[in-house]
Design a protein around this ligand. Structure first.
Ligand code: HEM
Length: 421
């Protein structure tokens, strides 16, 4: 999806995370795929914030990890020094053609607006925003609520279920499919493709499978809409213009791929983390049921405390920044999740406080790339929690040891087996 590729040969554990050498020093050799970082990064950030607020590693092509809110916020706004057009993945992307297969198709315009700098960023973002406006999101809420009810019915019927795989994971893919106009029976396939692209970004075979799947599907969908326009986002984009010209298939394809990739894994991870919190914190769960008026602040607090997304910016040239000697080609990780745990900005940052009043969290990023889908994501998270708690107020983990988490660019639970009381 970008020229930012490598032939890195690390292998994976089956859970998505590559196997890497253990970390002995987090300040000079961190690894966001280390099992400790995936399971519990919070203590690591706390220590780094005190001792070395901008950590460095040579792993994965070299990167810097800011842990203070002020630094993450400043870098997100400094698009001149930290552009997005030079790469936004947290690790170098594997060369999907290295496996000796026929060349994989590429998204020649990237995945704008997230992978673009102005001016491409500016006008492509403008094309996405109306679809994600509060009025449009209110329309999608009806679909989302019915979907959540059906999923809850299923868990109740069995008396148990997986709150990550069978609930959280099932929601965003269907909502975005509904918006893009892709059939419901493609949901499982899309979910796998998105996991291939994000969770298995280091694995040439899987990444290739995801990219080929998404691009081939969208090529077909675009050809279909051209022949037979529909009432969906793909058609809307095909009918849009920029500077008096149609916007071109490559941009349409990149934007649709982005909505799939950005809209699925992120939101399902937030819903999943929230379900995990509610399963393991009965006092918060009961309070939220007893005081539903807390829902707006509670949703912001879940987003803050369990922010799933870490992005990156890749340096074009050597640069001294905040006293750090950054090298061309290295990355700066946009540690939005770590910024959200900074006690300078959030008192009792490691506590989940359902009625936290001051909560300018960075879960959705900051600056020109701030999440274009935040209205939609908030709605999905709120409806998912409301519908589950309305019918399943009491539930427990089957066994804490069965809960699994994925990390890297997007952190969230992959399995949360629960029983309904
Ligand atoms: C809880 C769920 C979500 C989280 C935590 C999240 C987080 C983020 C973050 C941190 C960024 C900034 C990226 C950067 O600075 O490089 C971003 C951008 C973006 N997100 Fe989300 N996102 C979520 C859900 C969604 C959904 C549901 C959609 C749409 C279907 C979406 C669409 C986008 C788009 C289009 C951008 C690019 C905006 C730009 O570059 O101007 N996101 N998101």
């Amino acid at each position: 999806m970008s020229s930012d590729t490598t032939n890195d040969t690390t292998h994976d554990t089956g859970s998505g995370a590559p196997v890497t050498a253990p970390v002995l020093d987090w300040a000079s050799d961190y690894d966001i795929f280390d099992p400790q970082y995936v399971a519990d990064p919070f203590g690591i950030w706390d220590e780094l914030r005190e001792a070395c607020p901008m950590a460095h590693t040579d792993r994965w092509g070299g990167s810097w990890l800011p842990t203070r809110y002020a630094d993450v916020y400043a870098i997100a706004h400094d698009i001149e020094n930290f552009p997005s057009g030079n790469g936004i993945s947290v690790v170098p992307l594997v060369d999907t053609n290295a496996a000796g297969n026929a060349p994989a198709p590429v998204l020649t315009s990237g995945v704008p607006p997230i992978s673009a700098d102005p001016p491409l960023h500016t006008w492509t973002r403008r094309l996405v925003l109306p679809t994600m406006s509060p009025a449009r999101v209110a329309e999608y809420e009806i679909f989302t609520r019915e979907l959540c009810r059906r999923l809850v019915d299923d868990v109740i019927a069995r008396g148990e279920g997986d709150a990550a795989a069978e609930y959280a994971q099932q929601i965003p893919v269907r909502v975005i499919g509904h918006i893009l106009g892709v059939p419901d029976d493609m949901s499982a396939t899309f979910t796998e493709w998105v996991r291939d692209v994000l969770e298995f970004a280091h694995d040439p075979e899987r990444r290739r499978r995801g990219i080929v799947g998404i691009i081939t599907y969208l090529q077909g969908a675009i050809a279909e809409r051209k022949a037979d326009p529909k009432d969906d986002f793909i058609t809307e984009l095909l009918q849009s213009e920029h500077d008096g010209e149609p916007i071109g298939d490559a941009v349409v394809m990149g934007m649709c791929a982005l909505l799939l990739i950005a809209g699925i894994d992120t939101t399902w991870s937030s819903i999943g983390s929230t379900m995990w919190h509610l399963a393991t914190n009965p006092d918060d769960r009961r309070r939220l049921i007893a005081e539903p008026e807390l829902m707006p602040t509670a949703i912001e607090e879940f987003l803050r405390a369990y922010a799933p997304v870490t992005m990156a910016r890749r340096l074009i040239e050597d640069k001294e920044y905040m006293g750090c000697p950054m090298k061309a080609g290295e990355r700066v990780l946009m540690n939005f999740p770590g910024a959200n745990r900074d006690p300078e900005v959030f008192p009792d940052a490691d506590k989940v406080i359902l009625d936290r009043q001051q909560n300018r969290h960075l879960a959705f990023g900051a600056g020109i790339h701030r999440c274009a889908g935040s209205n939609l994501a908030r709605m999905e998270l709120r409806v998912a929690v409301e519908e589950w708690l309305a019918r399943i107020p009491e539930f427990d983990l089957v066994d804490p040891a069965l809960v699994t988490w994925a990390g890297g660019q997007v952190r969230g639970p992959r399995s949360i087996p629960v029983t309904v009381r």
